[in-house]
Design a protein around this ligand. Structure first.
Ligand code: SF4
Length: 377
């Protein structure tokens, strides 16, 4: 067997020989290494340029993964993973044309539109999620916006209040939101509002035509602690993924959470034949997001059901620290609670406890706060 000394001796003798030039024993620094080191040294920044983010994203994938892991370990307890459960409280019949979404009324996906779920059913689902280990409950409604939906909106405020009183973080995704509604949700106890930017500004018209990128950014302006969806796999180029990360990383405050989605192509939608995203593309997105937005919760979201446990482990290593749990993710399949329980055990992960301190401070300031809650829809 070779000892360390003999390996070193062997390397030194090779260096002395003509066969191996000195530079073979040195390693050039990738952009991921340089920028991760800077993030650890300086903390979060929002002056990223697109070329900087692109060069991180293009670093050799194992190096990118390694440095994503370094930033992750610096900014978070690497064993803790937040478990969020996402329930569709108002399904289908949406007027928008998001080309990946089975809930759009424009596509024939066989999904039946339903009215807003009643309080008992929602609270029961939240209780079940809590008992299974979820600490955040997210409610999604398939609406363009909440304008003119006063009764439904007031009901949702009640749901938010009650779930918050159960000791869970609460998140909503209800489409575009006005400032006043953001304030009301905040006062009811909402932790985060999830609003989906989907892709880069340039690629956006290929995905959605019924509302503009600027309209979405306007909602984000109304909500400060945004849980913003980042979606991979819409047929976009790498530049568009980088473009989206650039938009998020240069917001005045980084999103509270950044869900990374791998498209689950649904039959009947315009993206039904889209090629599935590979785990290496997910690793690139996750590690890059981790390096450029070190404090955000990076959530392994839609499409997780397609990845094996070892593939998910790579994603956690790269910097993901949050997942959606529960059998369904709005209307698409998701990993079930028992499979996730087993994965946590095998990978040595621990559930992240809910966090309310910032909520409580902000709640008392809500009336004066212009951009109180942040957004996903
Ligand atoms: S993603 Fe949301 S807004 Fe777009 S079609 Fe689906 S439910 Fe409607």
């Amino acid at each position: 067997m070779l000892s360390i000394r003999s390996v070193l001796g062997w390397q030194l003798s090779l260096r002395r020989s003509k066969w191996l030039p000195l530079q073979c024993l040195c390693y050039s620094s990738s952009a991921a290494a340089v920028e991760a080191e800077r993030t650890v040294r300086e903390g979060p920044r929002n002056d990223w340029t697109k070329p900087q983010i692109k060069s991180i994203y293009d670093s050799p994938v194992l190096d990118l993964l390694f440095h994503g892991a370094q930033v992750h370990r610096h900014a978070h307890n690497f064993r803790e993973v937040q478990q969020c459960t996402l329930l569709s409280i108002k399904t289908g019949g949406c007027s928008e044309d998001c080309s990946y979404c089975p809930q759009s009324s424009r596509y024939d996906t066989g999904l039946k539109a339903q009215k807003l779920m009643n309080k008992d059913a929602v609270i029961q689902a939240a209780q079940k999620a809590k008992e299974a280990g979820s600490t955040r409950f997210c409610m999604g409604a398939a609406w363009r916006d909440t304008i003119g939906r006063k009764t439904n909106f007031n009901n949702i405020l009640e749901y938010v209040k009650e779930i918050r009183e159960m000791g869970m973080e609460v998140c909503c995704t209800l489409g575009m939101l006005e400032k006043q509604q953001a304030l009301e949700l905040k006062k009811a106890g909402l932790t985060a509002y999830n609003h989906n930017l989907d892709t880069s500004r340039e690629y956006y018209p290929n995905v959605i035509t019924t509302r503009s990128y600027d309209e979405r950014l306007e909602t984000l302006k109304h909500v400060r602690e945004a849980g913003i969806n980042v979606c991979s796999g819409l047929g976009e180029a790498e530049e568009d993924r980088v473009g989206l990360l650039h938009t998020l990383a240069t917001l005045p405050t980084h999103p509270e959470s950044v869900p990374i989605n791998a498209l689950l192509a649904v039959k009947g939608t315009p993206l039904q034949d889209q090629k599935p995203v590979e785990v290496w593309e997910m690793v690139r997105m996750i590690a890059t997001a981790r390096i450029v937005m070190p404090k955000a919760m990076v959530r392994l979201s839609a499409g997780r059901v397609r990845f094996s446990m070892p593939e998910q482990a790579l994603c956690f290593l790269a910097g993901a620290n949050s997942i959606f749990t529960g059998e369904k993710l709005l209307t698409t399949p998701n990993n079930d609670f028992d499979a996730d329980k087993l994965m946590f055990k095998i990978l040595g992960l621990t559930p992240k406890a809910p966090s309310f301190s910032e909520d409580e401070t902000s709640a008392s300031e809500a009336e004066n706060c212009e951009e109180a809650v942040s957004s996903s829809g």
